[in-house]
Design a protein around this ligand. Structure first.
Ligand SMILES: *[C@@H]1O[C@H](CO)[C@@H](O)[C@H](O)[C@H]1NC(C)=O
Ligand SMILES: *[C@@H]1O[C@H](CO)[C@@H](O)[C@H](O)[C@H]1NC(C)=O
Length: 204
């Protein structure tokens, strides 16, 4: 159950940032099935799935009370074994399934130094996640780098509708999420995180 919740959380994080704009096309996101989250295929050793990143058993989502909104609350506890001083890079890529192939779209978020912006009030990551963390003072210096660190959230909700300038973005999509960490001299850590989520985007 928590796995599905997580998927939705991450998906919404992505959707809120990637697709938000003040353009005229409105879409909503649908989850194709229970198993939205999947492992990245054909990865080398050292590439972990979402369960390598954190323990989400204390995170809950209530999607029942309101249409097009998800209510989220609870905690996530880090598991990824990297160092506090590492630079963490995050890349989110939206791919569209078209003619039997996953093809890139114009939507991608690349944050080469995620921890430098997570708590920056002007940035996407803060607006979609950081601002809802209640124990910021405990996690601020650790970011997602120190195993055992617990992110405690105040209850919040995400909107499932999205607005985009792209006129024909409905259809089957997936979001690929990749995290890497770099230590001293910019040397990449032996483990990284990769997972993906399948979603259906529907024009409203
Ligand atoms: C999209 O939604 C906004 C409100 O969120 C509305 O003002 C606008 O008219 C909608 N646009 C279309 C094309 O439906
Ligand atoms: C979240 O963590 C806090 C502090 O450890 C704890 O009091 C609370 O019960 C946890 N929430 C859930 C849903 O487990």
């Amino acid at each position: 159950k928590s796995k599905m919740w997580l998927n939705r959380v991450m998906l919404l994080l992505v959707a809120a940032g990637m697709l938000g704009s003040s353009q005229p096309y409105n879409y909503s996101i649908e989850f194709e099935d229970y198993e939205i989250f999947s492992e990245c295929r054909n990865q080398p050793d050292g590439v972990l799935g979402i369960n390598g990143l954190a323990d989400f058993t204390e995170l809950t989502i209530d999607s029942q009370t309101q249409m097009d909104k998800l209510k989220i609350s609870g905690n996530a506890t880090l598991k990824w074994d990297i160092q506090q001083t590492d630079r963490v890079q995050i890349k989110l890529t939206l791919l569209k399934y078209y003619r039997q192939e996953w093809r890139p779209t114009i939507y991608e978020i690349f944050s080469p130094n995620f921890c430098s912006i997570l708590f920056d009030e002007n940035q996407y990551w803060y607006k979609s996640w950081g601002q809802y963390i209640t124990n910021i003072k405990d996690v601020k210096d650790k970011c997602i780098n120190v195993p055992g660190t617990k992110f405690i959230h105040k209850p919040f909700s995400w909107d499932l509708s999205i607005v985009s300038a792209v006129p024909n973005m409905d259809g089957e999509h997936k979001i690929l999420i990749e995290l890497s960490a770099f230590g001293h001299l910019n040397i990449k850590r032996p483990t990284s995180i990769c997972y993906e989520m399948k979603v259906n985007i529907v024009k409203m």
